[in-house]
Design a protein around this ligand. Sequence first.
Ligand code: SAM
Length: 207
Amino acid sequence: MDGVRKTFDEWAQNGRAELMEIEHGKNVSKFLDSITFDEPFSFLDVGCGNGWVVRKIAKQSNCKKAVGIDKSKKMIIQAEKKTDSKKEEFVHTDVESWKYKGKFDFIFSMEALYYSDSIDEALKKIFQLLRPGGQFFCGTDFYTDNKATARWKDVMKIQMHLHSKKEWKEFFKNAGFQVKTKHIKDLKSRKKWKREYGTLFVIGTKI
Ligand SMILES: C[S@@+](CC[C@H](N)C(=O)[O-])C[C@H]1O[C@@H](n2cnc3c(N)ncnc32)[C@H](O)[C@@H]1O
């Protein structure tokens, strides 16, 4: 079993999935609350963990379907247990090899893409999974500019690709996206990096 899957299978069972929900929740909610979901839409969360973003989005009245995928089987089991709406669906798969024929209006991913074997391959697949005009929202706390997070790689001891904001933008452009970025800071946080850098959201639009 690969290290990423093994680590997150453990996190699904030791309370770390809920801790991520708390740790990421504030900035992710702030970001998602800035998006206008004013037309019926479908939504995919790549690396959904215990599924908290899928449950949050499914509550939007215009949401027709919210799907979460994760390469950790145990995360998907947790997500399925917590399901609270028929609009939600969870699938155990990595994004790269997922065989899915439909298209999504919005794709989201928080702190997941940099664990993939190849960010290029993952982005290529996400681009294919979007309908024309669709958008991909990719949140990361782990990026070169945010120096305090670079040491996470030594702590985690699994594959984590560290890139700068500039490099992330290039990845998106190479996959065919039109790209914008947004920093969401938490000015009240005790952590300096959350106040000064915060979560980097790379926003890709498929024209
Ligand atoms: C740090 S956790 C973040 C979970 C959730 N997005 C959150 O913010 O709470 C990263 C998750 O991404 C999943 N993951 C990593 N690489 C993936 C891939 N290539 N395809 C699907 N899931 C992946 C992991 O199994 C893990 O559950």
